[in-house]
Write a protein that binds this ligand. Structure first.
Ligand code: A2P
Length: 288
């Protein structure tokens, strides 16, 4: 890759509806309260413009606070949250979304995603029905200007197919677990074909990949950290990584990944890495 033609941290991709989504973001799962507030402040200071939260993370309040007090114009930040499993259905989605707005103290969200396609308590009625009902509410919120882009998370092609069958507005984002050695090829291909942006959560394999010898070798070769190697892989795969960190130094270094490039062969090698992390169950079998 020609370094001159490389992307930078301010680059965006265009979603189906023309909205611009930053190509790298900041993940906040597991970070609570003041730690989260500090981390998000630091992330924005270091140039992250996409901040990802979820009602399930119980940190929408500090995320919203950090965003509101960042000194960056609201329109320059992309704030995303997610509908939790117990809140599926039309009425529940409307209520849950209002609660999210209240917690964050924001007037609108940039994106709102259905967190899981097939939550355990609702399995009896089938995902097609409850996702369609939630989606109807999200479409209305979108049309009302309260959400700029609507999407999903952890959806496999069969969940997406079922959703699209009932949808008036197509999903614009699918946020899934991806890291070197775990590429979810069918879902990624499906998303590409339907112009659905792919966001990657746990892009560092929840930090468990960083001691992998192949990654360490590449880190030595490029004089980078293992995390930076993983994040470059995501960018070159066309994924939008959402690395999490509560450390100032790591928040900073994780976004400084735009001045080197892996070769195609190295990208392929990382895609094919043999790792057995099993971070999460299949969405149709999850116990939540
Ligand atoms: P910490 O918050 O102490 O930095 P993922 O985004 O794949 O879920 O990974 C998150 C985990 O990886 C967290 O435990 C985080 O810990 C750790 N982590 C994030 N960035 C780095 C980094 N640059 N080097 C080492 N560990 C990191």
């Amino acid at each position: 890759m020609n370094l001159m033609s490389m992307q930078n941290k301010n680059n965006t991709v265009e979603l189906l509806n023309g909205i611009k989504l930053p190509i790298i973001g900041f993940g906040t799962a597991l970070a609570r309260n003041s730690i989260c507030d500090d981390a998000v402040r630091e992330a924005i200071k270091q140039g992250y413009r996409l901040i990802d939260t979820a009602s399930q993370y119980k940190n929408e309040e500090p995320v919203g606070k950090a965003v509101r007090e960042s000194g960056i114009e609201r329109s320059k930040l992309f704030v995303s949250s997610k509908l939790w499993n117990e809140d599926h259905g039309y009425e529940n989605t409307m209520r849950a979304f209002e609660e999210t707005l209240k917690w964050t103290g924001l007037e609108y969200l940039d994106s709102y995603l259905i967190h899981w396609p097939n939550p355990k308590p609702l399995r009896g009625i089938g995902y097609e029905k409850h996702n369609a009902d939630s989606w109807k509410a999200m479409e209305e919120l979108y049309k009302a200007g309260k959400i700029r882009a609507i999407g999903v998370s952890n959806f496999l092609p069969h969940h997406l197919e079922a959703l699209i069958k009932h949808a008036e507005i197509r999903p614009m984002i699918n946020q899934i677990c991806l890291y070197p050695g775990y590429v979810q090829i069918e879902t990624v291909e499906y998303c590409k074909k339907h112009h659905i942006a792919v966001q990657a959560y746990s892009p560092l394999g929840a930090g468990k990949l960083l001691e992998n010898p192949v990654i360490i070798d590449l880190a030595k070769k490029y004089n980078r950290t293992s995390a930076q190697i993983c994040l470059r892989w995501h960018l070159q795969m066309g994924f939008i990584p959402l690395p999490k960190s509560v450390s100032r130094e790591r928040i900073k270094s994780n976004i400084n990944v735009f001045d080197f490039a892996l070769s195609e062969q190295e990208v392929d090698e990382l895609s094919g890495l043999e790792v057995e992390l099993k971070l999460l169950p299949s969405p149709d079998e999850a116990e939540f």
